[in-house]
Design a protein around this ligand. Structure first.
Ligand code: ES4
Ligand code: ZN
Length: 348
């Protein structure tokens, strides 16, 4: 789908992107050589070709069996080449440079500390690499506030330990890298309320709270109910990542509207496994009911290289939205974002 000049030139905000999901085959190849890591591909073109099939190509598993195993396996396999602070800096700078090219003025990338510490990478290597990129990208006109993610398929205590390690890099009394916590990875039998202690700790530190409610997961409506009404001592999450299944149940979409919880949707992620005529009307119905939403890329290099501009183009082309609505979605993202007021005003 070609990106129209209108979408290309629109100043953008991105609120749902996993930094590890922006690792390109070429940087992965370069880092593998830099770190003497053997990849299961002998040539660069074999590596590149492997990205074409890392979508969930097992539709028989959707919404039932363990989440999205084939996809997440590829995602965590990619992480293995990331070893030193410089590697994490290079990963982050590559994404933030791409942001500048796409006119993304502000972004809130997720990062998974546990994906790296469990391989023996020290947490400060990850955090200092991202912190340096956060600072250097301002020169490119790209501001960022990052989001610490709990890996929900790891033990709760492992996430709490990672959070304790990352805390000196938080906003408030820390170095200002991240301003929020999120919840990612495989949701199979891992409802949000399991992580309540982590959310409470983060809130006590003055951080914001968001969480994934992936589209079409097992128990998705129960998970959404917890995210909207139960977590954070009953306050609910401040945003929900994906959350498209709320469209199925009035109590859920009304809860989103009444509580002002916005969704960070990633249309291409769903379009990989959902008919055009089913998906885009579903997004449009949520919008018509007054649910606040914005459009994002999720894991662009693992999702056919469709970045935030391509995701915005999809809803522009397939939802029947006009230019003023597309501008409004960027404004929604500004409203939903966790930048300081001066940055919000500058990007609005
Ligand atoms: C993810 Cl698509 C998706 N779902 C859940 N967790 C994730 N982490 C990175 N991509
Ligand atoms: Zn995501």
């Amino acid at each position: 789908l070609p990106i129209s000049p209108f979408i290309a030139n629109l100043p953008k905000v991105e609120l749902h992107v996993h930094i590890e999901g922006t690792l390109t085959p070429s940087l992965r190849w370069e880092l593998a050589h830099r770190n003497n890591i053997k990849l299961p591909y002998t040539t660069f073109s074999d590596l590149k070709a492997s990205y074409a099939i890392t979508l969930n190509h097992r539709p028989e598993l959707h919404g039932r069996q363990p989440g999205i195993p084939t996809f997440l396996e590829a995602y965590f396999a990619g992480c293995e080449v990331l070893q030193t602070e410089t590697d994490f800096y290079d990963l982050a700078m590559a994404y933030l440079t791409r942001c500048a090219e796409m006119k993304v003025r502000y972004t809130e990338p997720f990062f998974d500390i546990q994906a790296h510490t469990r391989r023996g990478v020290p947490a400060p290597a990850v955090l200092n690499g991202y912190l340096r990129a956060q600072r250097d990208a301002i020169k490119l006109g790209v501001h960022s506030r990052w989001i610490f993610c709990f890996l929900r398929d790891e033990p709760v205590q492992s996430g709490l330990d990672a959070y304790a390690q990352a805390r000196p890099w938080a906003a408030g009394n820390g170095k200002g890298l991240f301003h929020a916590v999120g919840l990612a990875s495989n949701a199979y039998e891992r409802p949000p309320m399991l992580f309540e202690e982590g959310f409470r700790l983060a809130r006590a530190d003055g951080l914001h709270v968001t969480m994934h409610c992936d589209f079409g997961q097992k128990d998705t409506h129960e998970h959404m109910g917890e995210a909207i009404f139960q977590v954070c001592g009953g306050l609910g999450a401040e945003r929900i990542d994906h959350g498209l299944d709320a469209e199925d149940e009035e109590v859920l979409w009304r809860g989103l509207v009444d509580r002002g919880i916005g969704l960070t949707l990633c249309p291409h992620a769903y379009h990989r496994r959902t008919e055009t005529g089913v998906l885009f009307p579903k997004i449009r119905r949520l919008w018509e009911r007054g649910v606040k939403m914005c459009f994002n890329s999720d894991d662009p290099t693992l999702m056919h290289d469709v970045w935030v501009d391509g995701n915005m183009q999809k809803v522009y082309s397939f939802c029947g939205f006009g230019k003023s609505e597309m501008v409004q979605f960027v404004r929604n993202a500004v409203d939903m974002c966790w930048a300081e007021e001066d940055i919000k005003r500058a990007i609005y």
